[in-house]
Design a protein around this ligand. Structure first.
Ligand code: CUA
Length: 143
């Protein structure tokens, strides 16, 4: 008698745990690094950050240019740049978006920002890298 009750309890507990765990788990926690701007009451049901898309670019930096030298995105996009310096130390700066990163030689540096205003903005090398340093620049176009 006692054993049967115990078994029933155990079974109930197992079912309860299984029922609680299954709807929430899963691999949906992948994309978490979206910055919450805070403030709005709406529950963030969609995955997209405030209307924009994620735009990823791979750039190389060398004496004395960036390749590609023009990047085009849309206003509101989350811009993710992966920049590799293939010779000496360079920098990557976009004043309008508060970006300024050092690019160490032979390394890849990730730069992220939200293109929250439209226009044409220069980006430029911010580390003295030799004779052509001041001409080492490019253009960010935000439509
Ligand atoms: Cu590259 Cu200064």
């Amino acid at each position: 008698m006692k054993k049967e009750i115990l078994l029933a309890l155990l079974l109930g507990a197992v079912l309860l745990v299984a029922g609680c765990v299954s709807p929430q788990g899963g691999p949906s926690a992948a994309r978490v690094d979206v910055v919450d701007e805070g403030g709005d009451e709406e529950p963030a049901a969609t995955e997209e950050p405030t209307g924009g898309e994620i735009k990823e670019f791979t750039l190389t930096a060398k004496q004395w240019d960036f390749n590609p030298s023009t990047i085009t995105v849309n206003k509101g996009d989350m811009v993710k740049l992966s920049i590799t310096s293939i010779d000496v130390a360079h920098g990557f700066a976009i004043s309008a978006f508060g970006v300024n990163s050092r690019l160490n030689p032979g390394q890849t540096t990730n730069v992220e920002f939200v293109a929250d205003k439209s226009g044409t903005f220069p980006f430029f090398c911010s580390v003295q890298c030799g004779r052509g340093h001041t001409g080492m620049r490019g253009t960010l176009i935000v439509n």
